[in-house]
Design a protein around this ligand. Sequence first.
Ligand code: FAD
Length: 328
Amino acid sequence: MSPPAATFTEPSASFNSLSLKKDLQVRAASNGSEAKTLEAMANNWESNFSFAPIRESQVSRAMTRRYFADLDTYAESDIVIVGAGSCGLSTAYMLGKQRPDLKIAIIEASVSPGGGAWLGGQLFSAMVMRKPADAFLRDLGVPYEDEGAFVVVKHAALFTSTLLSKVLSFPNIKLFNATAVEDLITRPAPGAPGSVRIAGVVTNWTLVSMHHDDQSCMDPNTINAPLVISTTGHDGPFGAFCVKRLVSMQQIEKLGGMRGLDMNTAEDAIVKRTREVVPGLIVGGMELSEVDGANRMGPTFGAMALSGVKAAEEALRVIDLRKEENEY
Ligand SMILES: Cc1cc2nc3c(=O)[nH]c(=O)nc-3n(C[C@H](O)[C@H](O)[C@H](O)COP(=O)(O)OP(=O)(O)OC[C@H]3O[C@@H](n4cnc5c(N)ncnc54)[C@H](O)[C@@H]3O)c2cc1C
């Protein structure tokens, strides 16, 4: 029988999601319920199997308590990554590995993170990465076949799911999916009249963002952060978001527009030019091709991974300075 609502005691909610997680782990370990093995369940489904009783509100509270604690914790982040495609996730992986002290929020407009990296070109399974991006695969522990100048992962989803699982395992990284960045928070740039530095993001549920034209009163939410890393992919219904906003805010004159496909030129350019485009905003991955007028590369993904590595390197180079500027 389920516990009656009135007598069911919720664990005390903490407003810090990092300490809440620890608190819940301790409670789970000490509640005395014995963990069954799969072997014990095998062939015993009728006689020796049923799920532990639950009240529906426990499920709701288990989700909402954590989510709202996360919203509270990450309202002030050290770094916000916009877009959880191959570049954004690679950036998060590198930062998570090197800096467990930084609070990192990832905002992804889609319900499913991973961007375009669930398949190779034309919806084929295999993912091609040109060397030396194989170094990133070895670091992640993703197996591949060596074809000389390039390597092949047997299914792009193996790369993306491994990367995603590692990123989500870092205690200091929170992914908010189904959430779109719909504007940037700005502050006057120190010593540069007319220029701004980026000081965070304005967010909304993606479904709400898509209905601003036919619904009213749907104000957004905000996350303050001294550094934003934008990896929203090339131009499209959602892509190239932050750099298009830089143009409309007159912080860059115009977009270069992504050029035609040239794998050899494109991949080097994206990695080498991954940089802080305006103070507080690093741009990486295919979003950068829209700023610089770089070539597209088609279905070869090494540049996305290494652009993420470079974006993390750039972030760690400027984070202390941006934090100092972010006093207000
Ligand atoms: C859904 C999809 C399918 C694709 N399929 C193929 C394919 O089959 N073959 C091929 O060669 N290329 C494909 N591409 C293009 C190719 O995957 C990209 O060139 C490459 O993945 C770029 O990587 P990226 O990390 O820069 O950006 P992407 O992989 O495009 O990831 C960008 C992420 O940012 C998110 N995003 C965008 N705007 C916002 C915002 N305002 N707020 C929050 N999040 C935002 C997007 O939802 C996406 O998850 C696809 C791209 C997409 C998005």
